[in-house]
Design a protein around this ligand. Structure first.
Ligand code: NAI
Length: 351
């Protein structure tokens, strides 16, 4: 099984090594293909995301991606298109998603007994639309003292992410889809997004549907997390809301994610490159390891996927081998080794 690896920067290389270590312990034979990105791609091709790299990822179809540092206010990136035109993206991470046509970023937020306190039972999946909204990159300076950004919402993208959310709910026996928006202020953009979700809800009478204003949703998930199940929302709200949820679960280091397109999928943690702890070997690898479990499920390896999830939750919940974000003093690799050991035990006992 060929799987691409974008090992990123900051804590990226450390958590990537830990993830590969644990996924190898499933006994599946992976061929990990290093794909150059950012500085490595600049050294090789003169661009952080050249067409050669985009094509390699498309051919590989399945990629594990670690986080990439994007400099504040200087992240914009222009990519050449096959027809000779150019598209400018607001950041390298955004460019990867959009160059590959990835349209939904599912981010499961699941509490762990022993770690998550009153959020131990939380079990929510945020379905974040990732092609539009204010992250489209249409920002302009107006003279020296003003700037504006355009928020784009199209029916096509809203219907696509809503359909994906209801389909996911049905396939995974989930009870409800909630749309988060601010349609009381953004009448046309969020109004359209909400109406598309309502329209899609009509096609899935077996799944409940409701909607929340994004600000009220932030309050409600803290007070009554059980009111949420599957959440469908626009790009920026989903980005922010999923970090809030990760905080409730206990750490960004427990928040996995995937970026799904028609024929290609990129699996990455919800968190960033954590430059404040990079190079110290203390980052929590849990989020990227759980993203690896999403990758295993995606390629049809459900048994191994479940073993990775169970082992990760067991090690975290047990509390013996934890990184400092969860109050422990273990290293990234200590955690990976312990999860790998548990994966082997689980898989052996499930024969
Ligand atoms: P961040 O998510 O990297 O870090 C926020 C806080 O969470 C920090 O205190 C960090 O130490 C902690 N944290 C994050 N992941 C952790 C882990 N696995 N284990 C333990 N602690 C962890 O967000 P920040 O600091 O705003 O961004 C840092 C850089 O990452 C920026 O350049 C940003 O643009 C980039 N970024 C990249 C993303 C991606 O590649 N998909 C997503 C988000 C941010």
């Amino acid at each position: 099984m060929k799987v691409g690896v974008l090992k990123g920067n900051g804590i990226g290389p450390e958590i990537t090594a830990a993830t590969i270590r644990t996924l190898n312990s499933t006994g599946l034979s992976f061929e990990w293909i290093d794909v150059p990105i950012a500085d490595e791609a600049i050294a090789q091709y003169g661009h952080p995301l050249p067409p050669q790299v985009v094509n390699t990822i498309r051919e590989l179809k399945v990629v594990i991606k670690a986080p990439l540092i994007v400099n504040k206010g200087r992240g914009r990136l222009t990519c050449a298109q096959p027809d000779g035109s150019e598209v400018t993206y607001p950041s390298l991470n955004n460019a990867i998603r959009r160059e590959l046509g990835l349209f939904v970023n599912p981010r499961p937020l699941r509490g762990i007994p022993g770690i998550s306190g009153k959020y131990a039972d939380m079990d929510v999946v945020v379905m974040r639309e990732i092609t539009e909204d204010v992250y489209i990159g249409w920002e302009f300076r107006i003279g020296k003292t003003s700037a504006q950004a355009i928020k784009l919402t199209t029916r096509e993208a809203a219907i696509r992410v809503a359909r994906y959310s209801f389909e996911y709910a049905r396939k995974n026996n989930r009870r409800k889809v909630s749309c988060l928006h601010k349609a009381n202020v953004l009448n046309y953009t969020d109004g359209l997004f909400l109406n598309c979700c309502k329209e899609m809800a009509q096609e899935y009478p077996d799944i409940q549907f409701d909607d929340f204003m994004i600000d009220a949703a932030c309050y409600t998930i803290i007070k009554q997390p059980e009111r949420f199940d599957i959440i469908v929302t626009a790009n920026q709200y989903g980005d922010i809301f999923s970090d809030l949820g990760a905080g409730l679960v206990g750490s960004l280091g427990l928040a996995p994610g995937a970026n799904i397109g028609e024929n290609v999928a990129v699996f990455e943690a919800s968190h960033g490159a954590a430059p404040d702890i990079a190079g110290q070997g203390i980052a929590n690898p849990g989020a990227l390891i759980l993203s690896g479990a999403l990758m295993l499920e995606h390629i049809g390896r459900t048994r191994e996927s479940r073993a990775v999830i169970e082992a990760t939750r067991l090690v975290m919940g047990e509390g013996r081998v934890l990184t400092p974000d969860l109050g422990g003093n273990a290293t990234t690799m200590n955690v990976a080794d312990e999860i790998a050991r548990q994966i082997e035990i689980i898989l052996q006992s499930s024969y």
